[in-house]
Design a protein around this ligand. Structure first.
Ligand code: NDP
Length: 340
């Protein structure tokens, strides 16, 4: 198997961003390609996942175990192919989901590694709808949102990796899914491809009024990926007994001071429940999620879109675009070509 180059190219953490991240918050270097020791393997990164939580890791937020110092390789989930193995359970050529971070090559002992079967689904899906974001949308909606047939489920960031999953799970369990997204193009895609009953563009006019029209009987479940003004607008449209799944607050990740919270009066009036979601509490449901959603993908009932940027060197700019809401689908970087 030929190497991409004889050096390992890496993107490093340079400094904590001030406000929205910029390319200068990252550095780049090369190191020798490492050699596996006994019980280890070397893998070549094929896809790097770009996830909003990296912005919080770059703040060295206490929520995450990762700690970054200037010059450290950026952390992150990847799909990779094993190039050399001294591990009894992994062979050269195997595709895996592994946390290689933002670099071309990395060693692993196999801990926390998921083996992938390219015959089951495209390997990139293991970073999106069949990976951590998919598990977030699936487990968060099913186990915290508990949607019932005929109920109205609203999902913000409706065409992203998490929203794509939550919205389609809602539809496939018989609920009426209504999306919130940031452009007409995203909204059209949400309805046409993902099967949302309606999708409203929050950048166009009064969101609370648009939701009132799209959800005439009120919102039974809100899957919140955004927080801020979007959450406030949904709270004004709750149905009695609503459940709110607090999944993400991307509107606040790039603010230097936390925003004032939304007015919670409507939660009282609606006798609603708000629950915080952390995907790591649901890791034991990964097999269930991949079986259920993998089945829906193969039967053509579940669709997804990827936003792929080519080349590791472009990863900082692609991440900055994600944090500005500029991605359309699961944000990925193709670091090297897939090879059979
Ligand atoms: P997405 O692919 O959905 O990308 C983020 C999207 O957020 C953007 O495309 C944009 O879509 C939307 N958005 C809305 N407001 C803003 C804003 N002010 N700035 C930037 N983007 C904005 O990402 P993911 O699917 O990976 O993640 C969705 C959410 O789920 C995130 O908040 C993430 O942190 C959270 N999450 C939570 C987990 C948990 O355990 N609780 C686990 C994984 C993810 P649009 O243009 O449509 O508004």
């Amino acid at each position: 198997m030929t190497a991409v180059s004889d050096r390992n190219h890496r993107i490093t953490f340079q400094r904590s961003p001030k406000g929205l991240p910029v390319a200068e918050d990252f550095g780049a270097d090369t190191t020798p390609i490492p050699t596996p020791g006994p019980g280890q393997f070397l893998s070549r990164t094929v896809y790097l996942s770009l996830d909003p939580y990296y912005r919080n890791v770059m703040k060295n937020s206490q929520i995450y175990a990762d700690r970054l110092n200037p010059g450290d390789v950026m952390v992150g989930e990847t799909v990779a192919q094993i190039v050399e193995s001294r591990h009894t359970d992994f062979r050269a050529g195997d595709y895996i989901a592994v946390r290689n971070g933002w670099q071309e090559y990395a060693l692993s002992s196999g801990q926390g590694v998921r083996r992938l079967d390219p015959a089951v689904a495209p390997i990139s899906a293991a970073l999106g709808v069949l990976g951590m974001p998919g598990l977030t949308g699936y487990a968060g909606l099913v186990y915290l949102g508990e949607p019932k047939p005929g109920e109205t489920v609203v999902v913000s960031a409706a065409t992203g990796a998490v929203g794509t999953t939550a919205g389609q799970v809602a539809r496939l369990v018989g609920a009426r899914a209504v999306g919130i997204a940031g452009s007409d193009e995203k909204c059209e895609f949400a309805v046409r491809e993902l099967g949302y009953a309606a999708c409203v563009n929050y950048k166009k006019g009064d969101l609370a009024a648009q939701l009132k029209e799209a959800c005439p009987t009120g919102v039974d479940v809100y899957f919140d990926n955004v927080g801020g003004d979007t959450l406030t607008a949904v709270l004004r449209n709750l149905a009695r007994g609503a459940r709110i799944v607090l999944c993400g607050m991307i509107e606040a990740y790039s603010l230097d001071t936390p925003p004032a919270g939304p007015f919670l009066g409507p939660v009282v009036g609606a006798r609603a429940t708000m629950r915080g979601l952390v995907v790591y509490d649901h890791m034991h449901r990964m097999d269930e999620m991949t079986r259920v959603i993998g089945g829906w993908i193969r039967s053509g009932q579940f669709r997804y879109r990827e936003d792929v940027t080519d080349g590791l060197a472009q990863a900082p700019e692609a991440f900055c675009r994600l944090m500005r809401g500029g991605n359309f689908g699961k944000a990925l970087v193709r670091v090297s070509a897939e090879r059979s």
